[in-house]
Design a protein around this ligand. Sequence first.
Ligand code: FE2
Length: 160
Amino acid sequence: MPNLFAHQGYQGYVHTLTEKAEDYLEAILNVVIEKGYARTRDVAHELGVRPPSVVEMFQKLDAIGLVEYRRYEGVVLTPRGRQIAEVIKSRHDTLKQFFTLIQVPEEIAVKDACAMEHELSEESIGQIRYFIDFIDSSPARRELLREFQSFCKTSPGEKL
Ligand code: FE2
């Protein structure tokens, strides 16, 4: 059985997957949401990798019961694979939303969300989620955010 489990981890799972395996599950889910089914070439395109690498990972994920791989066709997520993919996707969406909220340009927000979605603790992600909801929960708080936006534009600041 391929070893795709890297470290102890998130709620409901005894193990967590390697970052690469998580990225694949997330990409498969994105393609499934868009097209209903994940073909090898679509996942390759989504991840910017070559189809043979995708087939290799499909076979590994199949061996641990997270996808069902059908040769020349592609994959479907098993219920457990889908559950993990949804956790990663929701972490990604929360982080992207947070970075966008604090004025990070979209392209960078997406890239950084992808880098952090694997590593942050549930506690930090949970607090970030609360923070987003908090800011969004009243006009006064949204106003504060607008003040922050103009602060970013006007303050010379110091960037590392
Ligand atoms: Fe991501």
